[in-house]
Design a protein around this ligand. Structure first.
Ligand code: NAD
Ligand code: UDP
Length: 311
């Protein structure tokens, strides 16, 4: 049995990861300040005697004895990470330092949930891990993008300088149950709007693309990366290479919900990337991983979740 710390464990992805680890029989400590996460996401996990919740902010030090650390704590939706951008930088940077320091002290392994945002508004398409990205350092997304970039830098410096056992994954847009109705990201926004019969808010002309990964696939990839061979640090892309425009996504959600909602157009937020699609050859080769749940099936499951939430 392993002792595993999941920071951000009460959030969307973290709650699914905690459940998988508990089902595997690991002892799980979930540390979260509940900024965007909620106790509702983890309420059924309290039935497991091997589950423990700590209300903790990762910008502060944490002393626990663990074998593995998944560092997920950080608001991920643009509206939430832009709400208090200085705090977002602190969470990414000080949080990474605290978790790396903890890993060093306990001689544990630490996995960083990095992001496709490190590629910024990419000039290379699709994006392999070798691409260094095109990121505005002073824009409204920079607190998140640059915060995650310096976190990656810290991970590799702790690895080179202090021999810390690191794993870095770059997550592409992930969706699924346990997203909050107010999360603000596109899949949850469109589904909630469609189910409520409200207008579907397309930012810009809706021609920008994203590649959407269902959360169960992502969690499996994350778990495989954590338990991958010694010496394989990543960074490794985890995402579903299926690429869709926001208009295509809206149409698909209208079709699957049977909603009569209308599309309305809103200004495109500053620095909103025009395209994004992962190259996942490295994940396939090193982890034997590729996504299995395609968009339509994943959307059906996510719509069913939001129908229950809104009932
Ligand atoms: P989320 O907002 O649902 O979860 C983040 C969790 O971190 C929340 O529970 C929140 O309360 C917690 N948190 C935030 N700041 C904290 C702090 N200072 N101390 C302790 N806890 C804190 O987002 P998510 O989609 O589950 O994302 C999880 C991780 O995956 C994030 O690091 C995010 O950057 C990364 N990621 C997600 C996606 C995606 O599409 N979902 C894509 C790329 C990267
Ligand atoms: N978007 C949209 N309508 C919404 C929310 C988002 O058109 O109600 C667009 C947004 O401009 C972006 C894409 O959907 O181009 C994905 O946005 P999200 O916030 O989900 O994640 P991002 O990949 O931008 O971090």
């Amino acid at each position: 049995m392993k002792r595993v710390l999941v920071t951000g464990g009460a959030g969307f992805i973290g709650s699914h990861l905690c459940r998988k680890l508990l089902e595997d029989g690991d002892e799980v400590i979930c540390a979260d300040n509940l900024f965007t996460g909620s106790k509702k996401n983890i309420e059924d996990l309290f039935d497991y005697s091997n589950f423990e919740f700590l209300r903790h902010d990762i910008t502060k030090e944490l002393y626990v004895e663990v074998d593995q650390i998944y560092n997920l704590a950080c608001p991920a939706s643009p509206v939430h990470y832009q709400y208090n951008p200085i705090k977002t930088v602190k969470t990414s940077v000080m949080g990474a330092m605290n978790m790396l320091g903890l890993a060093k002290r306990v001689h544990g392994r630490v996995l960083q949930a990095s992001t496709s945002e490190v590629y910024g508004n990419p000039q290379v398409h699709p994006q392999p891990e070798s691409y260094w990205g095109s990121v505005n350092p002073i824009g409204i997304r920079s607190c998140y993008d640059e915060g995650k970039r310096i976190a990656e830098t810290l991970f590799f410096d702790y690895h080179r300088q202090q021999d810390v056992d690191i794993k870095v994954i770059r997550i592409f847009n992930t969706y699924g149950p346990n997203m909050d109705t107010e999360d603000g990201r596109v899949v949850s926004n469109f589904i909630v709007q469609a189910l409520k019969g409200e207008d579907i808010t397309i930012y810009g002309r809706g021609e920008q693309t994203r590649s959407f990964c269902y959360v169960d696939d992502l969690v499996e990839g994350m778990y495989r990366m954590m338990n991958s061979r010694d010496g394989f640090t990543g960074p490794v892309n985890l995402g579903n290479p299926g690429e869709f425009t926001m208009l295509e996504l809206a149409d698909k959600i209208l079709e699957l919900t049977g909603s009569k909602s209308k599309l309305v157009y809103r200004p495109l937020p500053q620095d909103d990337p025009m395209q994004r699609k992962p190259v996942i050859d490295l994940a396939e080769k090193e982890l034997g991983w590729k996504p299995e749940i395609m968009l339509e099936e994943g959307l059906k499951r996510t719509i069913a979740y939001f129908e229950r939430r809104l009932a």
